[in-house]
Design a binder for this molecule. Structure first.
Ligand SMILES: [Zn+2]
Ligand SMILES: [Zn+2]
Length: 94
């Protein structure tokens, strides 16, 4: 049985599987949450179980310092705007 992609929810086959952040991803789905840059096991930065690129991870982390900690105590939600909808608006179809 194959796991589902954490990004798109479709089945991930072993040939395209990336196992990171306790989840499985398609190679193509494993990209930065913010800028969508393609990532791999060697260059991603994980935060809140989501992958970020080297350039943006420090910003994401910086923004989550005091205010975010307060927010987190009251709510499990990440700040709005960071959470993008799971399905992309357009995709390349074969
Ligand atoms: Zn996927
Ligand atoms: Zn990025």
């Amino acid at each position: 049985m194959n796991p589902q992609c954490a990004r798109c929810g479709k089945v991930v086959y072993p040939t395209e599987k990336v196992n990171c952040l306790d989840k499985y991803w398609h190679k193509g789905c494993f990209h930065c949450e913010v800028c969508k840059m393609a990532l791999n096991m060697n260059n991603y930065k994980g935060y809140e179980k989501k992958p970020y690129c080297n350039a943006l991870a420090p910003l994401v982390l910086a923004e989550t310092t005091p205010e975010m900690l307060e927010l987190k105590q009251g709510s499990k939600e990440l700040r709005p705007g960071m959470e993008s909808p799971p399905r992309p608006s357009h995709r390349y179809s074969p």
